[in-house]
Write a protein that binds this ligand. Structure first.
Ligand code: PHB
Length: 396
């Protein structure tokens, strides 16, 4: 049996970043991941980093490529009724966001962990948590057909919404809050220079659309779609025709014709708001998507995972700082409430963005309220400041 201080389950950005922050504090970890390293680093996710997230990545020592290649954006645009309205993030908050793909953040963290020589086990099967309610938890798994066991002080559950960590907590010890939305997002990645300077979130009568980017030569775009839609129904041509219809002819005309820039990834994702409370059960801590999901409209998923693990790394640092006989759990006790406060603010904002920008089936009263809300946003500097403060991220 092997021993470590913190066993981290899940090697997405939450698990990898926690490992890196703890490594900087001299705290030992092992990282267990069900998938292969290639699968993890190939996943396409969102790409907008709050300045607070960039700060944490700097502290972790993984921000040099981000600073070299990330794109600083001082505003975002909202399209509505054939016009585009700019929210000037920089003027309203003094801050900008950085466009840099989660895929790249993950790759930088994987490189840093490899350079640190910290142990990672990819393709770990049947990961199971044991004795998490008591002081001596254990994690078991199989790797290449051989059973392994790790004894540890704490387990960090960073294994996402479908992972085993949250499911290892007795149902009676968790409260779950959830909202599912009656549509999905169809995303396309394609290689051509973005013909828009900043992100454009569009509320159109045909549904929501988002024009985003990953680099000076790569775009990422989304369309609100039906939950019944299948990828096969969406040829590139259909996607870009619909995109132009929703974003307006000015933007639509700038998209190169399909054969020049075929899509390199296309996927459909459902939208969900979800929070499980509290984030601690005995010696297990949840962080990132294992504990909460936001719809992607506010670009908060990765940023929340980063603030969770930042808080958790501070709590663990404070615990281990004391000599073994004197260790108090007060910082560890405070982790859940501290993280949940920020999580609920991001949940509210992501719900609000989703609510204002999509077409919801049915209710004409709700639709009128949505239009009034958007008009107010375009006319009120105070409303824009509120949106901008949340978009660049609340204080960590
Ligand atoms: C993305 O570029 O993938 C992206 C950007 C902003 C969002 C969601 C996704 O709100």
């Amino acid at each position: 049996m092997r021993r470590t201080q913190v066993a981290i389950v899940g090697a997405g950005p939450a698990g990898l970043l926690l490992g890196q922050l703890l490594y900087k504090e001299g705290i030992e970890t092992i990282l267990l991941e069900r998938r292969s390293a290639e699968y993890v680093s190939g996943r396409i996710r969102a790409g907008v980093l709050e300045p607070g997230t960039v700060n944490v990545l700097e502290r972790a020592g993984v921000a040099s490529r981000l600073h070299a290649e990330g794109l600083l954006h001082e505003g975002v645009e909202i399209g509505f009724r054939g016009r585009r309205h700019r929210i000037n993030l920089k003027a309203l908050t003094g801050k900008s966001v950085t466009v840099y793909g989660q895929t790249e953040v993950t790759r930088d963290l994987m490189d840093a962990r490899a350079a640190a020589g910290a142990p990672s086990v990819y393709e770990a099967e049947d990961v199971a948590l044991h004795d998490i309610a008591g002081p001596s938890p254990r994690v078991t798994y199989r790797h290449r057909g051989v059973g392994h066991e790790v004894a540890c002080d704490f387990v960090a559950g960073c294994d996402g919404f479908h992972g085993i960590s949250r499911r290892s907590i007795p149902a009676a010890a968790l409260s779950v809050y959830e909202r599912v939305y009656p549509f999905g997002w169809l995303g396309v990645l394609a290689d051509f220079p973005p013909p828009w300077e900043e992100l454009i979130y569009a509320n159109s009568e045909h549904g929501f659309a988002l024009a985003s980017m990953r680099s000076p030569t790569r775009v990422r775009c989304y369309l609100q779609c039906s939950l019944e839609d299948r990828i096969g129904q969406w040829s590139d041509e259909r996607f870009w025709t619909e995109f132009g219809r929703r974003l307006g002819s000015e933007i639509g005309a700038r998209v190169p014709s399909t054969p020049i820039a075929p899509s390199i990834e296309k996927s459909i994702a459902p939208l969900r708001s979800f929070v499980a409370e509290p984030l601690r059960f005995g010696r297990l801590f949840l962080a990132g998507d294992a504990a909460h999901i936001v719809p992607p409209t506010g670009a908060k998923g990765l940023n929340l995972a980063v603030s969770d693990v930042f808080y958790l790394s501070e709590a663990l640092r404070n615990f281990y700082r004391e000599p073994p006989g004197d260790r108090a759990e007060s910082a560890l006790d405070a982790y859940s409430a501290r993280a949940l406060r920020r999580i609920w603010h991001a949940e509210r904002f992501s719900w609000w963005m989703t609510r204002q920008l999509h077409r919801f089936p049915g209710d004409a009263f709700d639709e009128r309220l949505q239009h009034a809300e958007l008009e107010h946003l375009f006319e009120s500097r105070a409303a824009q400041a509120s949106m901008a403060e949340n978009y660049v991220g609340l204080a960590l």
